[in-house]
Ligand binder design. Sequence first.
Ligand code: BG6
Length: 456
Amino acid sequence: MSLPRSDALVFFGATGDLAYKKIFPAFHAMARRGHLDFPVIGVARAGWTIERLRARARDSVATYGGGIDDKAIAQLSAQLRLVGGDYEDPATYAALRQALADARRPAYYLAIPPSMFARVVEGLGRSGCAHDARVILEKPFGRDLPSAQALNRTLHTLFDESAIFRIDHYLGKDPVQNLVIFRFANTFVDPIWNRHYVESVQITMAESFGVQGRGRFYEEAGAIRDVIQNHMLQVVSFLAMEPPIATYHESIRDERVKVFQAIRPLRPEDLVRGQFRGYRQEDGVAPDSTVETFAAVRLHIDSWRWDGVPFYIRAGKCLPSTTTEVLVTFKRPPLRKIALGETNYFRFRLSPDVIIAIGARIKKPGEQMASEPTELKVVHYPDGDEMDAYERLLGDAMAGDGTLFARQDGVEAAWAIVEPILGNVTPVHDYAPGTWGPADSARLTEQVGGWHCPAS
Ligand code: BG6
């Protein structure tokens, strides 16, 4: 289905952190590929000049964009406009209308704190800027089910669901999309990808750093809201979904949402929370904070394919490595004597590098009829031409393709899964930085032989 492209991109929060770390590098990459064929209008509080914004864009690309391409940065500078003013002031939106000039189908990217979403949406509506427009926004989409529903109501006052693009940047990552390709483009996978063969699925998102000065934000979020309700559940949806129908453009999202709807709401006994020692001394963190910087959960998917197969997620800060990895472990074959030890598995490393590996057993050299484990591994080395998640997602939103974005029903279903474990329903255990979180988390995976710890 071909939809009209947006013909201008307006981004609120032009001087903010997200713009600096992710958005300018994405624009630069688009320009390098010849895709930045629309005006880019930054909206920021008054006091900035266009020269200062251009300098910030250059600096951002030099720091986070993998180096400056002179032609691309020149094009970005030429396309960049600035509208300065308060987000509550009608004059800001009047200036925005002017800056939009001939653009008829703008896309508005709300790279601002969620508490400001409603004000901006209202400002766009009142000024008549929202006609034929799209809106792009960042997680968190609310902080629980009722606030997510309220946010959706606000957005829907101006925008149809098909015009709303909710970014979960994990969906824009190549290795995450590869999970779907690997499953559905390889004949050998399908027959074994179910409860008859799979014993368990584990996803670990480990980060060796702490909250990096974002203590204030983290106090509001914690690991469950920050990455489990969104990034990690999206990975689960790709691993667990049914095959999409090729001829219907919403099918992939439909199948992902069905996974969320089939996951049982989490119970406190399926959760272990941890907090790294030293977190309470971080800037913006309460001295008696009980916010978790580590969470491990055990999920049950009540579907025909997955009944009885546990899915485990573990995510945390200050762990021994910065690695995101999926391990799909298969049941043991019956001839115990020759298949003793580690079983078969698929291992997908999603970041920082990309690995797809198959764990197998082979004959151990020597006299005995015994086996030993081996791994068949494909490592993908970046060749410099990868598309960063933000470049891909902004391009898709401009084209009106919502496949890789979160949909309202999916966001609400994902909140329903974590709703019973938000807050202090279980104690938070402390753990030493550089370890795999609190020892208590071992109890969740006891029945499958423990947690898989991805190497650096
Ligand atoms: C963000 C979280 O959404 O994702 C961060 O707010 C986290 O806490 C980050 O570090 C991880 O993203 P990536 O792409 O570096 O794995």
